[in-house]
Design a protein around this ligand. Structure first.
Ligand code: CP
Length: 332
């Protein structure tokens, strides 16, 4: 596409966003933290998805709407996608980034407490993307920070921006979220992306199947919460329901969350999606995975039309551009 055409389309997109903003919707996002997917109404989630779509075009050329703004990425746990896509998103919007991805290189190593770290970084940045092994870390950070906090994964609790990426990918690939049969397979106990996604899907008219070994079932409180809103069926085998599902969301077993390594060793390799298992699947079944993958999806699947997990990774850029723009672009 010609550059001038892209710019024209981009300026139309910004005009549309501004029109909706004037109606009051975008104002609800300004300077707001994201701690849980439950912070959002369905209307707000749909608005983020719509803005993410607009960002696909903006990402082609970049923009300067966040010039002068700084994102701090404080990652107390490892990450490839979340940190890099937040940083890329900020740069695409004209802002800059600071931060650490290895706690060993921060003053936490010298014994600085978490609250002091937040109280320090808030002086240097306009927004903080935080990943931490401790559940509740994002809530504490929000309590002490004068700048917005984005929960970028806390313990086994939640990973709300990943759920927005998952929803965006489902909508983009299947052209709808409502009326789909969706299965989530894997570590439903410790998988934070699962907790956020299940809660997010409960806003839509979907039929949800939760598939895991007994030891890795989703927590009772989350199950109760989503069962109040949508149809949920728990199963131990994916084979039974594979012929009828539209989306299969696979997750790895979260080795780092097991208090007892021997428990992990017992469950390792408990499920694996390969060509053989997919024989009965619908032709248009899509397979998603928040990644990283260990061995729960055979690499032979990567070349099939079912595999959409690398498209899902790519969508992370657009969704995180939308989030940063909605929270920080106060000109809207
Ligand atoms: N999906 C996800 O959170 O990936 P990273 O751990 O690489 O950030």
């Amino acid at each position: 596409m010609q550059k001038s055409v892209v710019w024209k389309q981009k300026s139309n997109i910004y005009s549309n966003i501004k029109i909706i903003a004037k109606q009051g919707m975008a104002m609800q996002f300004a300077n707001r933290s994201i701690i849980s997917i439950q912070d959002f109404t369905k209307e707000e989630i749909n608005y983020i998805l719509k803005t993410s779509q607009a960002m696909e075009l903006v990402a082609k050329t970049g923009t300067n709407t966040l010039k002068g703004k700084i994102l701090a990425t404080l990652f107390f746990e490892p990450s490839t996608r979340t940190r890099l896509s937040f940083e890329a998103a900020m740069q695409k919007l004209g802002g800059t980034t600071i931060g650490f991805n290895d706690v060993e290189t921060s003053s936490a190593k010298k014994g600085e407490n978490f609250v002091d770290t937040i109280r320090t970084v808030e002086n240097y940045a306009d927004i903080i993307a935080l990943r931490h092994n401790l559940e509740g870390a994002a809530v504490v950070a929000k309590e002490y920070s004068k700048v917005p906090i984005i929960n970028s994964g806390t313990g086994a609790q939640e990973h709300p921006t990943q759920a927005l990426i998952d929803l965006y990918t489902i909508q983009k690939e299947k052209h709808q979220i409502d009326n789909l049969k969706i299965a989530i397979i894997g570590d439903l106990r410790y998988g934070r992306t699962v907790h956020s996604l299940a809660r997010a899907l409960a806003n839509y008219n979907v039929e949800l199947f939760l598939i895991s070994p007994d030891a890795l079932r989703i927590q009772k409180n989350i199950l109760k919460e989503i069962k109040n809103k949508i149809s949920v069926t728990e199963k131990q085998n994916v084979e039974d329901i594979l012929p009828k599902i539209d989306v299969l969301y696979v997750t790895r077993i979260q080795r780092e969350r097991f208090p007892d390594p021997t428990e992990y060793a017992k469950l390792k390799g408990a499920y694996r999606i390969d060509q053989k298992i997919l024989k009965t699947a619908k032709k248009d079944l899509i397979i998603l995975h928040p990644l990283p993958r260990i061995d729960e999806i055979a690499s032979e699947i990567d070349q099939t039309p079912h595999a959409r997990y690398f498209q899902q990774v790519g969508n992370g850029l657009f969704v995180r551009m939308a989030i940063l723009s909605l929270i920080l672009d106060t000109t809207k």
